[in-house]
Ligand binder design. Sequence first.
Ligand code: FDM
Ligand code: MG
Length: 216
Amino acid sequence: LANMPRRRGALIVFEGVDRSGKSTQTALLTQNLSSHQIPSILRRFPDRTSTTGALISSYLSSTSEPELSDEAIHLLFSANRWEAVKELEDALLNGTTVIVDRYAYSGVAYTAAKGLDLNWCKGPDKGLLTPDLVIYMEIPIEVAATRGGFGGERYEKIEFQEKVRGCFKQLKEQDPTWRVIDADRPVEEIQKDIVGTVLEVIERVKEMPIGHDLWS
Ligand code: FDM
Ligand code: MG
């Protein structure tokens, strides 16, 4: 028994601009995995419940407060991920698939969209847990904006989202493991594609070691 390879879970990341359907699809995915008897948990970044998360949440909700610098808030978003590593890794080792709604790619895309150097932006997340799959929810900003409109948080503006989308595009070109999903389709149709891909990945990585080498 000691020599038996132990199944691990897969780390599945969802990325995309605001209102691309990440939250809907990640919630459906956990339900579908559960109906396939596959244990999973769903997490989102920023995790607004932690100490760094509270600072981030107040930064996002106020557009007029005396500001954290672009660099400082970038590092807080990264710290917010680093503080979750142990929990995520323990879950994966236990055989639980971890689904995350945004990850370091959002970290880079949203800060680089402000004009900061893309490679500098990657720095703080180097060595973070490596996703087994990145699902990128591709959608034109005009379409995303009509989905109930953007809210009042910082970044929820059409011009800024266009820049974020451009930065995601650059990251995608540097990373062949991204799976691009056409997110401008009916919810169930999108979910069907996602479930198929995710089941394949869970099966493929179950005996592989967990990667700790994002961007390194
Ligand atoms: N965001 C999210 C960042 O700017 N950097 C990050 O590292 C992450 C994870 O925070 F506008 C941005 C993206 C979005 C905002 O995210 C809040 P949610 O998904 O809307 O809560
Ligand atoms: Mg939002």
